[in-house]
Design a protein around this ligand. Structure first.
Ligand code: C5P
Length: 242
């Protein structure tokens, strides 16, 4: 059988109803790795990961000074521009393209005059510490996941990443963790678990849970695809009747 004969031509979910999956969890819990694994296992051409990091608000000069001294609270929902996020998600869900800001963790600000364009896709994975927080976002999500990883592991991963790729030193990163990240995890992040359809204990190490999530997404996409094709066939029949 040729490669083209092997392809499933019947698979055709509608572009105007992007399937959006939200992944929340502590900083360092492995949200990005879980998202990457879902992309790999879904093995579809139109899967895009959107990080909520792109939606941190602009800082005033005074706030910026605090940020460089590791004294700014980036772990409160107030730090996120949910209005822009919701706007972009609504566009993508409706099959439109969206301009997404690029964020620099080293400079604590958006990269000036630079955006990424995301075109509407079959599956969009939104990952971030507040992915299951805003009711307007929750309304747009087709599946809600919470990555539940031991806090010591989260801290170890975060320290390594902050020093290696976010321009921080261990002392400052630890200060930020204890002052903001840890208390706000309890206050705002962990409570989002109640909004989740599924919690993934141990994150990326939990291959069984990730396989179940993939199966669930595939089933949902196939159902959407079948309904979409049925609608097109009915329209075709109506045209023929005329
Ligand atoms: O990738 P991750 O989910 O860890 O990103 C969220 C974390 O990024 C937050 O816990 C926040 O403390 C941190 N952050 C930061 N500096 C910024 C913006 C966010 O350390 N300028």
């Amino acid at each position: 059988m040729s490669e083209s004969q092997n392809m499933n031509y019947a698979y055709s979910p509608p572009w105007h109803d992007t399937h959006i999956i939200g992944i929340a969890g502590s900083s360092g819990s492995g949200k990005t790795s879980v998202a990457a694994q879902l992309v790999k296992l879904l093995n579809l051409p139109w899967v895009v990961v959107l990080s909520m990091d792109s939606f941190y608000k602009e800082l005033t000069p005074d706030q910026s000074k605090l940020a460089f001294a590791n004294n700014y609270d980036f772990d409160s929902p107030d730090a996120i521009d949910f209005d822009i996020l919701v706007d972009r998600l609504r566009d993508l869900k409706a099959g439109k393209k969206a301009e997404i800001p690029i964020y620099s963790f080293e400079k604590h600000q958006r990269v000036p005059n630079k955006n990424t364009t995301i075109y509407s896709c079959h599956v969009l994975i939104l990952e971030g510490i507040f992915a299951l927080y805003d009711p307007r976002v929750l309304e747009l999500l087709d599946m809600k996941i919470f990555v539940d990883t031991d806090s010591d592991i989260c801290l170890a991963r975060r320290l390594a990443r902050d020093v290696k790729s976010r321009g921080r030193d261990v002392r400052g990163a630890l200060q930020q963790w204890h002052r903001f990240v840890k208390p706000n995890f309890e206050l705002y992040v962990r409570p989002q678990m109640k909004n989740a359809d599924i919690a993934i204990p141990r994150g990326i190490d939990n291959l069984t849970a990730i396989a179940m999530v993939v199966k669930h997404i595939q089933r949902a996409l196939n159902a959407k695809s079948e309904a979409h094709l049925k609608k097109i066939a009915e329209l075709g029949e109506k045209v023929l009747e005329k």
